[in-house]
Design a protein around this ligand. Sequence first.
Ligand SMILES: N[C@@H](CCC(=O)N[C@@H](CS)C(=O)NCC(=O)O)C(=O)O
Length: 212
Amino acid sequence: MIDLYTWTTPNGRKVSILLEELGIDYTVHSIDISKDQQFAPDFLEIAPNNRIPAIVDRDTGLALMESGAIMLYLADKHKQFQVEGQDYWRMMEWLMWQMGGLGPMLGQVHHFVKYNQGKSAYAEERYSNEARRLYKVLNKRLEGRDFVAGPGRGEYTIADMSMWPWVSRFDWQQVDLSDFPNVRDWYVRIAERPAVQRGYQVPKYVTDVPMP
Ligand SMILES: N[C@@H](CCC(=O)N[C@@H](CS)C(=O)NCC(=O)O)C(=O)O
């Protein structure tokens, strides 16, 4: 049994989507980051960086923070949604690309373009340009592929699951997915999965899954 500590954000949804895809039992604990619940001492015991998501694996007692580490742990434990050999490292490469690039940069777009528009033209331009550059890179990777890693046209892995919730906020980013047709097709392919539809609504319903 997994305890999932999460909120209605892209980093949280990565893990709830994976847990739904795995079809395993888990208990959801809401950490409302708008009410500073991420700073509660009992949560800090599990997640010392005061950010969601975090998990506790009750089978082993292991507590983990950082969505990338959590996804790697769960995929390895259940031997699913990962690929093997050299493809494993390609999957890791794109997972790390998301952790260090796509997620943090789109997060800045949300701050400066959605929530604080007009405060800094420099930041709006910088992060919007960077977002478009990253979308272009992903679009190129998905040329002739269904998923970012794996043999042939690729297999659905945790690398895709890590990126998808960030792309789901394309309207916040003022990104028109028709400018990136391979990303749009990939996004819709994943959005239509029942587990993704369920995982998106954890820990509570906010909106339907956005469709381009
Ligand atoms: N690198 C971390 C980032 C986690 C993160 O930034 N979480 C945000 C929500 S998406 C958060 O908890 N923010 C709380 C805060 O800023 O205090 C991960 O991938 O898990």
